[in-house]
Design a protein around this ligand. Structure first.
Ligand SMILES: Nc1ncnc2c1ncn2[C@@H]1O[C@H](COP(=O)(O)OP(=O)(O)OP(=O)(O)O)[C@@H](O)[C@H]1O
Length: 633
């Protein structure tokens, strides 16, 4: 097929977004581009939609790389090949970038390079004996730590002596616990050196993740051995990154930037797998030069919806360690058990010396169904995954359903196996919704009830892999509503004249700065008493610790979707007592190992897998996310 025919096909087809097509039309008209280059630009723009930072030219086999370069060289105002004239496209690392994304990549790479140097100096300046003394009460020796290194202790030491560091680990491996201990260690170091306490800020990419981190920091801090004075120097408030950076409506620019940097000495960002390169670049711009940055997250989770796979890339070698012998000598001074030789590598990069991986889950017994399933999925063992699904685990249910309506009973009770307690289907939270307080109830009683509804709702969540089709988020939500309506648990559905009814869960789909609601926030519509009458209002968990619930009038919520089912992407940063992953009946490129792993690890106690077409599970597990572009050059 000729370039013109291929271009025509894409311009008329469904793959490219309207934005990709508009870009091609614009440059074709402005620059009289030949079809081949127009196709290249269209594919480069479309690559971003798929999460890539760039388009490697090897993905455009119509011409050799030299031929592409020669073609691009004919349009020096459009393509940067050597000299930088602020052209909209940049050719580098055998790939074509849109300038903005090339700049983000360069900025992050430069930061990593500079922080490597700063970290090496910092590590040399810290006395291991003093550090050991501070680690001792927080990470005492146990039978386990004499047999294998205590990775929480060592990750804490790594982060304490780094300007930039990452602590990665699966669910319940103690990322929060470790970081709270780290903050106590750092504040004690300051005290011992007669320096002022560090100004620390905690942040997360979504409101839900921020609320979760806040409550888990508080519980952790209470339990730890440290003086009240030192504990008071560890913040318990957690902000969303957008709030911290001062996001502005209708603008990509933040209030805090290189000219107005954040007033802090140390920033901890949780759920870092959700960070995309644009947000990371904005964060780095706003970070004062002396400040430390610590990222927490699970490297195996789905990458951000936007371009880049930052966390996976930073932690590319975390599993293997890739620690230099000198790093291991240093770590061994702080460890009860020696770091295994397998984790030593002369070839490791400076970045790897700043990464700690937590390797033991304290939430899931390694013999539990959830832990075994998550591991088998991560290792790509599809036969093992099928066997685990069929086996009899108390925390795992497997259900095949060729049509959504077969899920009716399951949606109400959450139960497949009769011996499983607390499976909590949707009838669980709807019972709480029905127990509304009396008309003259106090505001506190109303708030307590709404808070209980929100908690009970998070006991059961359907997670869909896709949006469209019979098992996609949209159809599943409609079907569930119908089932709950037929069961008399809700009074109407959102398809009726007024979309709003008591019990309707909704997810915000766009940041609304005026209302203070962020994309991904979940609220529940309730019939609440107000001045002697009943009125519909939507309750959201409050990020502000002074109150538990924030009320918003339904009429003010323009960008929301019903949320009995949400996509796995949107569930990142959240945890549900019983998480249900619903796989579709057709293959889709979004079905990947990372997606299945992310779905499974949203479950705190019970995980159910619903398969419309069982063979798709193995296919999905064999498919790993691949994203082009690299921040570590
Ligand atoms: N070394 C340990 N020994 C025993 N229990 C621990 C240890 N570390 C953490 N825990 C417990 O394990 C649970 C999970 O810890 P934590 O919340 O720190 O993990 P996380 O990795 O941040 O989890 P999440 O997956 O929610 O991000 C908590 O109840 C915590 O108290």
């Amino acid at each position: 097929m000729s370039d013109s025919e291929l271009l025509e096909l894409q311009m008329q087809g469904k793959d490219w977004r309207a934005l990709d097509k508009a870009l091609v039309t614009f440059f074709r008209e402005q620059q009289k581009l030949p079809a081949a280059l127009a196709l290249l630009i269209g594919q480069c723009s479309f690559a971003l939609a798929q999460g890539h930072l760039c388009l490697p030219l090897k993905r455009m086999p119509q011409q050799s790389e030299q031929e592409w370069q020669a073609l691009m060289a004919l349009y020096p105002d459009l393509f940067q090949l050597s000299e930088d004239n602020n052209q909209p496209f940049v050719y580098a690392n055998n790939a074509l970038y849109m300038r903005r994304y090339f700049s983000y990549q360069q900025q992050i790479a430069l930061y990593l390079e500079q922080s490597n140097e700063r970290s090496q100096k910092l590590r040399q300046a810290i006395n291991p004996a003093l550090l050991n003394q501070l680690l001792e009460p927080l990470f005492p020796a146990t039978a386990a730590t004499s047999a294998a290194p205590d990775w929480q202790r060592l990750s804490c030491a790594i982060a304490a002596s780094s300007s930039f560091s990452v602590i990665t680990g699966g669910p319940g491996t103690g990322k929060t616990t470790t970081v709270v201990k780290l903050l106590l260690v750092l504040q004690q170091l300051q005290q011992q050196q007669g320096a002022a306490p560090l100004t620390i800020q905690l942040a997360a990419p979504t409101g839900k993740a921020a609320v979760r981190l806040r409550s888990s920091i508080r519980t952790t801090l209470d339990k730890l051995p440290a003086s009240a004075e030192i504990k008071s120097q560890v913040p318990t408030e957690v902000s969303t990154l957008h709030k911290l950076l001062g996001a502005r409506a209708q603008s990509r620019q933040f209030k805090q930037n290189a000219l107005e940097p954040l007033a802090l000495d140390l920033l901890v960002v949780d759920e870092a797998s959700m960070l995309d390169v644009e947000l990371m670049a904005a964060l780095l711009s706003a970070l004062p030069a002396h400040a430390r940055l610590i990222l927490l997250g699970d490297k195996d989770q789905l990458a951000s919806v936007e371009a880049g796979a930052l966390m996976a890339e930073l932690c590319q070698w975390a599993e293997q360690g890739h620690y230099w012998p000198v790093t291991v000598d240093w770590l061994n001074q702080l460890s009860f058990a020696a770091v295994p030789e397998l984790l030593i590598s002369q070839q490791g990069k400076a970045l790897e010396q700043q990464i700690g991986m937590l390797r033991v889950s304290h939430r899931f017994d390694p013999q539990s169904g959830i832990a075994k399933l998550a591991t088998a999925v991560n290792n790509g063992q599809s036969a093992e995954v099928t066997a685990i699904c069929q086996a009899d685990y108390a925390d795992l249910q497997y259900l095949e359903a060729a049509e959504v309506r077969q899920l009716k009973q399951f949606v109400l009770t959450g139960q497949v196996k009769s011996q499983i307690k607390d499976a909590a289907g949707f009838s669980f939270y709807l019972q709480t919704v029905a127990q509304s307080p009396a008309l003259d109830a106090s505001e506190q009683a109303i708030e307590n009830w709404a808070q209980q509804v929100l908690t009970d709702f998070s006991a059961f969540q359907l997670l869909c892999a896709v949006r469209q089709g019979p098992f996609g988020v949209e159809q599943v939500n409609l079907s569930v509503e119908k089932m709950l309506h037929q069961a008399g648990l809700i009074q109407q559905t959102s398809q009726q004249s007024s979309q709003w009814y008591a019990g309707r869960p909704v997810m915000v789909t766009q940041n609304d700065y005026a209302l203070g609601l962020m994309n991904g926030d979940v609220g529940i519509c309730l019939l609440r008493p107000y001045q002697g009458k009943l009125m519909l209002a939507v309750a959201f968990a409050s990020e502000d610790s002074s109150k538990a619930v924030r009320w918003v009038l339904p009429s003010r919520l323009q960008q929301v979707e019903t949320a009995y089912a949400i996509t796995v992407h949107k569930s990142q940063g959240s945890e549900f007592r019983h998480a249900v992953l619903v796989l579709p009946d057709h293959f889709s490129p979004v079905l990947t190992r990372e997606l299945i792993y992310t779905g499974i690890t949203r479950a705190a106690k019970l995980f159910s897998l619903v398969c419309a077409k069982p063979d798709l599970l193995a296919l999905a597990i064999e498919q790993k996310v691949q994203r082009y572009g690299a921040v570590r050059l």
